[in-house]
Design a protein. Structure first.
Length: 167
């Protein structure tokens, strides 16, 4: 009997120690491939990154943001405007806006945006690769399914929640 109790307590201890390693790690749906995100990074940096920055953090109008808006083509300068602000494509603001929408809806928005600013090597699927890269930058993982405008999965379902900051 003492032996059984020791085994039971040992199993409980192992389970308790293992739980944090698996807590919150439930599988997230994947909505793009690794190849899409890799191609999308190059396309993003050739056009979107000029306004939204290569960090995807967007512009705040600060003087240290590169490239300097004065060096950008006129249509980029007009889009950025005199305030110099461009929304972030990563982080809380991005997730607040796009998290509840589907990955397909987000990809469709990227299609609209890239019409005015076509990336290098632009073809009929480039916007999908750019969207895949942005999703990856937000923490979504690549899988075997390619992203399409019909992808019904909400963006926030693909990204693991960020740990809450302790006050």
């Amino acid at each position: 009997m003492h032996f059984q109790r020791t085994i039971s307590i040992s199993l409980l201890a192992v389970a308790a120690l293992a739980t944090p390693a698996f807590a919150g790690n439930e599988a997230r749906p994947t909505v793009f491939t690794k190849a899409q995100a890799q191609v999308g990074k190059v396309a993003y940096e050739s056009t979107c990154g000029l306004c939204h920055l290569t960090s995807l953090r967007g512009r705040t109008g600060g003087p240290d943001e590169l490239p300097d808006t004065d060096t950008l083509p006129e249509n980029y300068q007009k889009t950025i405007g005199s305030g110099g602000q461009v929304p972030a494509l990563v982080g809380e603001e991005f997730m607040a806006k796009w998290g509840p929408k589907t990955a397909g809806e987000f990809a469709a928005r990227i299609l609209e945006a890239t019409k005015g600013f076509p990336p290098t090597g632009n073809d009929e699927k480039t916007f999908l690769t750019v969207a895949a890269y942005i999703l990856q930058a937000n923490g979504a993982k690549a899988g075997k399914q390619e992203l399409t405008t019909a992808t019904p999965v909400p963006v926030n379902a693909t990204v693991a929640p960020r740990p809450q900051k302790k006050l």
